[in-house]
Unconditional design. Structure first.
Length: 228
């Protein structure tokens, strides 16, 4: 399946990522945890999350930062896991030819997956593409906005060049989603640094980038809490 929307945002972000600090800002997890439970805050999570689920295109990049990293403190957050519907989606996608009915079934399944894992870029992209294939342009635009803003929220936390400027993620799978989003291919080597960052090597590319760092410190913290 062709990527319809991925590369344009990466190209626009390259000067920011590799030419200077730009608007890079690490998540302030303590602050986020406080504002999402404040009913008087514009970031009160139940309201913000409902807007996200409705694919509200007036949500800002800061809203998406709070949504994504605030999900760490949501009751539905899962450190690990995969939806039972993923295999069903893949079985359809691996077919040589897909019909309109196939894409409608993908939409149904992906909506179920995103109920359980609402920030998986890979599934948002698959849903976006399915809407595009059946000619639902309005839904395509809304989901494409959500995809780009979520990726932008992650990319706004660092430059990925070293472990102290790593991109912060709330799921290991999102590391691979970001690689795909940016148009890179995973080279098969992943290393956990002593600063709680995953380093993923990428295959040879025209940018001469060897790999990227992803901060998984909060993910590891949540994992430790789970096993207490």
């Amino acid at each position: 399946m062709k990527r319809l929307f991925f590369i344009h945002l990466f190209i626009s972000l390259l000067p920011c990522l590799y030419g200077g600090k730009g608007d890079i800002k690490k998540p302030d997890y303590n602050h986020i945890e406080k504002i999402i439970v404040d009913e008087n805050s514009p970031y009160y999570y139940p309201v913000l999350f409902e807007r996200y689920k409705r694919s509200d295109t007036t949500l800002t990049l800061q809203d998406f930062r709070v949504l994504y990293y605030g999900y760490l403190f949501h009751d539905s957050y899962k450190v690990y896991g995969m939806s039972d519907y993923v295999d069903s989606v893949n079985a359809i996608l691996y077919q040589a030819t897909l019909t309109t009915e196939d894409y409608k079934e993908i939409i149904r399944l992906e909506e179920l997956i995103l109920e359980e894992f609402p920030f998986n870029l890979r599934d948002i992209y698959t849903l976006t593409n399915a809407y595009y294939q059946i000619g639902d342009i309005l839904s395509t635009i809304k989901m494409d906005y959500k995809l780009n803003m979520l990726a932008g929220a992650i990319l706004s936390t660092g430059d990925g060049k070293k472990d102290n400027t790593a991109w912060h993620v709330i799921s290991v799978s999102h590391e691979y989603d970001i690689l795909g989003y940016l148009g890179f291919q995973y080279a098969g080597s992943q290393t956990l640094t002593n600063k709680n960052c995953d380093y993923l090597e990428v295959t040879k590319n025209k940018y001469k980038i060897d790999g990227f760092y992803f901060d998984v410190s909060m993910l590891l913290k949540k994992q430790a809490e789970l096993f207490k």
